[in-house]
Design a protein around this ligand. Structure first.
Ligand SMILES: Nc1ncnc2c1ncn2[C@@H]1O[C@H](COP(=O)(O)OP(=O)(O)OP(=O)(O)O)[C@@H](O)[C@H]1O
Ligand SMILES: [Mg+2]
Length: 330
């Protein structure tokens, strides 16, 4: 009798969990289709932001209950989607970012300035693709390898990546630039718009329209020369950042490797974000005024797992099976 009762309870729990997932699916779909806007993109990913104040309260409530949003007023999150959504790819990114986040969060308790921060990954979900999502994907040039769309929610970084900062500083500082000392003229410009202008100022004709993936050898050489010229010019034009910000990125990256065997795998200027002031301080020993962020765990790897390929493969299969079991039936 008791057994029957507890078994029934179990069924109720799983029905409730299934219902919860269905509700979340609908809520997330509504969120990304109606309230999210692309705020940035890389080669592989699309970052969408949303204005929390515009989200209807019932939708917000579901998101809060699922820990995707918190109740704090200043709370801001972004959604990351991959342009080619492959089963398990974003999930691995989410899991490695989560482990790395925990290490850095812990380290920051004792040495707040020594570590670059990592955006807290809040949730990973897989969505079944409905009619409305299909339009959304078409508009954002997202393709699926299999029938479902992976997405993750994480904290929004209130800053810019270092490459974007350097493109803007180049246009601001270069004497031949029409934007010299005119930051207001470039307000709201994307990385791609800044890069286009910066290359022109540097005297390089590069067809960015075709996309880096399609560059031939000569185009790669030109792009590399443009970037080397930009960096040398910036140095000459007095652009400096507080070296402690870069040290904090290196330190965080070392720690996630030594404590969790995670190699970040893609340390580049677009994957470091800076928030607040990045100029070196005037006086020695002055506390940092800005903060560095380490982002993009899309190329990160757990090197310990890679040393045991059979086990890693087994684990990956299990994860995909688990995901399918969770989402396949609803
Ligand atoms: N949490 C975040 N908050 C605010 N902006 C972000 C966040 N994560 C990423 N960005 C911005 O979006 C850009 C692209 O994101 P991300 O690097 O994750 O995409 P990606 O396509 O995987 O990159 P890559 O081109 O290196 O493969 C970043 O360079 C950064 O400017
Ligand atoms: Mg990136």
């Amino acid at each position: 009798m008791n057994f029957e009762k507890s078994n029934q309870g179990g069924e109720n729990d799983s029905t409730r969990a299934q219902l919860r997932e269905k509700v979340e699916q609908v809520a997330l779909e509504a969120l990304i289709v109606n309230y999210a806007e692309k705020i940035n993109e890389g080669n592989n990913g699309i970052i969408m932001g949303f204005n929390i104040d515009k989200i209807p309260s019932d939708l917000k409530k579901i998101m809060i209950e699922s820990h995707m949003l918190s109740e704090e007023k200043e709370d801001d999150a972004v959604v990351k989607l991959l342009k080619l959504s492959e089963p398990g790819k974003l999930q691995l990114e989410y899991e490695l970012q989560k482990k790395a986040f925990e290490i850095v969060e812990n380290g920051m308790r004792n040495e707040p300035q020594a570590y670059a921060a990592i955006p807290r990954p809040r949730a990973f979900r897989v969505l079944n693709v409905s009619g409305t999502l299909q339009n959304f994907m078409k508009d954002n040039e997202i393709t699926l390898k299999e029938g479902r769309l992976e997405l993750m929610l994480m904290d929004c970084v209130k800053g810019e990546d270092l490459d974007t900062i350097m493109m803007r500083e180049y246009l601001l500082r270069h004497p031949a630039s029409p934007f010299h000392d005119k930051p207001e003229m470039m307000e709201g410009w994307s990385f791609f718009e800044l890069r286009e202008e910066a290359a022109e100022i540097g005297g390089f004709r590069i067809d960015f329209e075709k996309g880096e993936r399609n560059f031939n050898n000569q185009e790669w050489r030109d792009y590399t020369r443009f970037r080397t010229t930009r960096d040398a010019d910036l140095e000459r034009l007095g652009f400096r950042i507080d070296s402690r910000l870069i040290d904090s990125v290196l330190h965080a990256s070392d720690q996630i490797y030594s404590q969790a065997d995670i190699v970040w795998g893609d340390g580049n200027l677009r994957n470091v974000m800076l928030e607040g002031s990045y100029a070196p301080s005037e006086r020695r020993g002055e506390p940092l005024r800005g903060k560095a962020w380490m982002i993009d765990f899309g190329s990160a790897r757990d090197v310990e797992a890679l040393k045991q390929p059979a086990k890693a493969k087994q684990d990956a299969t299990k994860t995909i099976e688990k995901t399918n079991a969770r989402f396949g039936t609803i």
